[in-house]
Design a protein around this ligand. Structure first.
Ligand SMILES: Nc1ncnc2c1ncn2[C@@H]1O[C@H](COP(=O)(O)OP(=O)(O)OP(=O)(O)O)[C@@H](O)[C@H]1O
Ligand SMILES: [Mg+2]
Length: 454
């Protein structure tokens, strides 16, 4: 796909090439016409000067010696001039005998200079002829010069003009390039803004600062975002409503199952009831996770309604809440909480940490150790859950964040939404969620790095 600059060049270059060609032709014509006029003028002046310097000595017409010297230079030298003066009967009075006259005798007006090109002794000449009168009758004064000087002056003029034209063309192209780049800057800015958008946080583009040409595009994009926003909102509402609708009957079911399990019954029935109970618990868990995910997706601007949240009490609360479960699972659950604070949503952050702790407790075999940390590192507040369990292969660390994805053979019941929720909540807080390995030995280290607290 061609860029706008390339398209413009493709369009401009042939047009500029034609312009250059026409300009070159015009330059050539101007150089030829200007030099011919100037040099013809000089020739005419020489003829007139010769006529003025004619003297009649002893009834014989003569050109003054100084004028003769000025007019006669060898025909081989560059810029050489030749002359001839012929009398009424065509007899040579002075100068080169064979010099061709510019006009046939009688055809030219008297006292006016006529010009022509002629060949003389193998040389190309420009000839100026003047018909003049003297006491002895009409005279023809012919002055000629070779064309070298004219040609070299034309060459210099033409070359100079062409060089100027080329320089102008280069500067024009450069200015066009700079102008187009400058003009395209708002587009580049818009592209950056589009790239910065994340699927869950769609923000309108600023129309006020955009140049007029881009406004319709930005308005159309904003309209599209509006539609996308509405669709996201209704999808989120649907998921939340469905999960909520599910939760009420499922909670009722669980309570009834609890009662049934306590009542005396045949072993087979008890076993069936236990299986049903497990299934319903799984259903309740999925409904809860779906609700948490719907809550996590920000539909309005990121950070709206966020407040300062202290991480340390959050960590301590989560550890306390899970301590019994850890003891039952034979795990050593501990906290390493430093004072740290982020700008965020306390409920969402609790969902996030709850899921990380739940995973660590669920996937670490008995005898293992789970540590929940918070603090500030290089001005970035962080939350971290570390375990010495089986770990997650590097190739799977992106996929496990996908919705409903569980590693094949994962123990326990789960619906594969926990890390998707963590990912979503991290993004809502402009935090970076990374999955790694603890510094000492194997296991999993889940870390949320928040932007520096301001
Ligand atoms: N601490 C961990 N150690 C080892 N594997 C883990 C750990 N945390 C997550 N995983 C793997 O990543 C997968 C995805 O985790 P996620 O929390 O998204 O889903 P889940 O735990 O299976 O279900 P849910 O959290 O919705 O109940 C899990 O199935 C598990 O295989
Ligand atoms: Mg989980």
């Amino acid at each position: 796909m061609m860029t706008i600059r390339q398209r413009l060049l493709l369009l401009l270059l042939p047009a500029l090439a034609i312009l250059m060609l026409l300009g070159g032709l015009a330059d050539y014509w101007i150089a030829v016409a200007t030099t011919r006029n100037a040099y013809d003028q000089a020739l005419a002046s020489a003829a007139l000067a010769a006529a003025a310097s004619m003297r009649s000595d002893d009834g014989k017409l003569q050109v003054s010696a100084a004028q003769r010297a000025a007019l006669t230079r060898g025909p081989d030298a560059e810029g050489s001039t030749l002359y001839s003066i012929t009398g009424p009967a065509g007899e040579l009075i002075a100068g080169a005998a064979q010099l061709p006259a510019a006009a046939a005798s009688g055809s030219a007006r008297s006292d006016s200079v006529t010009f022509r090109d002629a060949d003389f002794q193998g040389l190309k000449l420009r000839v100026a002829s003047l018909r003049s009168r003297s006491d002895a009758g009409p005279l023809t004064i012919t002055v000629a010069e070779t064309l070298q000087r004219r040609a070299s002056t034309q060459r210099v003029m033409l070359l100079g003009k062409l060089l100027v034209d080329f320089a102008e063309l280069d500067v024009t192209l450069l200015l066009i390039w700079i102008g187009v780049s400058f003009g395209l800057r708002p587009l580049a800015r818009l592209r950056e803004q589009v790239e910065e958008q994340s699927a869950s946080t769609l923000q309108r583009f600023n129309v006020a600062e955009a140049p007029g040409e881009l406004r319709p595009l930005i308005l159309a994009l904003n309209h599209l975002l509006e539609l996308r926003h509405d669709a996201a909102l209704s999808q989120r509402r649907f998921v939340a409503d469905a999960a909520h609708q599910m939760r009420t009957p499922v909670t009722g079911l669980l309570a009834q199952l609890e009662l049934l399990l306590q009542a005396p019954a045949a072993v087979a029935v008890k076993s069936e009831l236990t299986t049903i109970n497990r299934g319903v618990q799984q259903l309740a868990h999925t409904a809860n996770q779906l609700l948490a995910l719907a809550r996590a997706e920000p539909v309005s601007a990121v950070g709206e309604g966020f407040k300062a949240v202290a991480l340390r009490p959050l960590v301590e609360h989560l550890v306390e809440r899970n301590i019994d479960r850890a003891v039952t699972a034979g795990l050593d659950l501990g906290a390493d909480a430093q004072t740290a604070q982020v700008i965020g949503d306390a409920w969402l952050l609790e969902d996030l940490l709850g899921n990380l702790v739940d995973n660590a407790l669920k996937y670490t075999p008995a005898g293992g150790r789970v540590t929940v940390r918070c603090g500030t590192e290089q001005a970035h507040p962080f939350l971290e859950v570390e375990d010495d369990g089986p770990g997650i292969a590097e190739s799977e660390r992106l996929r496990v964040r996908e919705r409903f994805y569980r590693l094949p053979g994962s123990p326990g019941t789960g619906c594969g939404l926990g890390l998707a929720i963590v990912d979503e909540i991290s993004r809502a807080h402009r935090a970076v969620f990374s999955i790694g390995v603890p510094a000492i030995g194997g296991g999993t280290r889940m870390r949320i790095r928040f932007p520096p607290a301001t």
